[in-house]
Design a binder for this molecule. Structure first.
Ligand SMILES: [Zn+2]
Ligand SMILES: [Zn+2]
Length: 285
C-alpha cells in the first residue's frame, strides 16, 4: 500500500517563478511534486518581456534533472475568448498565441485557460466565439496542448458543464491540440456531485459520455469554500472545504484517471501545500 500520496497520484501545485522561471522545477520538487503549474508571464497583463535563451535552457535542464512529468502553464486571466467584442477578440487571439509560443519554448505540456464570459450574448454565441478564436490560434506545428478549464458557472461564464465543453471541442479543427483541465472546486461549484461514491461515479460517467477520457488531460485539485451548486469560485485548502477528504478520496482511488497531473491551487499557495499533502496522505491510511 502506498504510504505517500505522491507515490499514488501525479500530484503537483502552482509554483511561483519569483527569482526566475528556471527556479520553479526545484521548488516543485521540494514538495515531492511530480508535476507543476506556473505562469510564464504576468497573468494580469497582455504583454511580456520575451523569454531569454539562457532561462529557457536552464528551465528545461532543471525540469529534466527533476524528472517532472507534466508542466502546465496557466494562461493570463485576461483572455476572454467567449467575448463578442471584436476589438477584444483580436487581443485575445494575440494573447493566446503568445502563451502558446512561450509554452513551446519552455517545452511545457499544456496551457490551461478559462474560456471566459459571454456577457449578455447567448450561450450558443459564446461557444461559437470560443471556437472561432481557438480555430485561428491553434496551429498544426505547436507541440503544447491548450486545455479549457471548466468554470464554476459564475456570471455568464462558458464551460460550466461537460456538455458545453464538448460543444466547444466539437467545433475545433485541430482536435489533437485541445483538451480539458478539470478543476474540482469549479465542478462542485457548478453543481456536480463529487463527495458521495455514487454521485462521483455519475459525474465521471457524465464527463465520459460527453467528452471521453482522452480529452481529460489534467486536474486542478482544490477544495471549495462555498457549497455545491453555489457558482462561486473560491478555493480552499484540501480537506478544509465543502468537498472535504471524502470527496478527494474518490479522485485518489479512481483508476481511470491515475497518472494524470493533479495540480493544487489552494489559497495559501506554497505556504499551504505541506498541509494539503499531509491531509491527502491521511486518505491512504
Ligand atoms: Zn483552476
Ligand atoms: Zn478557480
Amino acid at each position: 500500500m502506498a504510504q505517500k500520496i505522491t507515490d499514488m497520484i501525479n500530484l503537483g501545485g502552482h509554483i511561483s517563478t519569483g527569482g526566475g522561471i528556471e527556479l520553479s522545477p526545484d521548488r516543485a520538487i521540494g514538495f515531492s511534486f511530480r508535476s507543476f503549474q506556473l505562469f510564464s508571464k504576468n497573468q494580469m497583463q497582455w504583454k511580456a518581456k520575451p523569454l531569454g535563451k539562457e532561462e529557457i535552457e536552464l528551465f528545461k535542464k532543471s525540469r529534466r534533472k527533476n524528472n517532472i512529468s507534466h508542466v502546465m502553464i496557466h494562461a493570463s486571466y485576461l483572455l476572454n475568448s467567449a467575448t463578442s467584442d471584436q476589438e477584444l477578440k483580436g487581443k485575445v487571439m494575440e494573447g493566446l498565441k503568445l502563451e502558446i509560443e512561450r509554452a513551446d519554448l519552455l517545452e511545457a505540456d499544456s496551457v490551461t485557460y478559462h474560456p471566459g464570459s459571454r456577457k449578455d450574448a447567448s450561450l450558443e454565441q459564446g461557444i461559437r466565439n470560443v471556437i472561432s478564436i481557438l480555430n485561428v490560434v491553434l496551429k498544426e506545428e505547436q507541440n503544447v496542448k491548450v486545455l479549457i478549464e471548466n468554470s464554476a458557472g459564475q456570471g455568464n461564464s462558458v464551460g460550466k458543464t461537460f456538455q458545453e465543453l464538448s460543444m466547444i471541442i466539437d467545433g475545433i479543427e485541430l482536435k489533437d491540440k485541445i483538451g480539458i483541465c478539470f478543476d474540482t472546486c469549479h465542478a462542485w461549484a457548478a453543481g456536480y456531485e463529487l463527495v458521495s461514491r455514487e454521485g462521483y461515479a455519475e459525474t465521471m460517467d457524465d464527463l465520459k459520455s460527453n467528452l471521453g477520457m482522452k480529452y481529460l488531460i489534467g486536474f486542478h485539485m482544490n477544495d471549495s469554500k462555498k457549497g455545491k451548486g453555489f457558482n462561486v469560485d473560491r478555493h480552499e485548502q484540501i480537506g478544509m472545504g465543502t468537498i472535504g477528504l471524502e470527496g478527494f478520496r474518490n479522485f485518489v482511488y479512481d483508476e481511470e484517471i491515475r497518472g494524470k497531473p493533479m495540480i493544487l491551487e489552494t489559497p495559501k499557495g506554497e505556504e499551504g501545500y505541506m498541509e494539503d499533502i499531509t491531509r491527502l496522505n491521511s486518505i491512504l491510511r
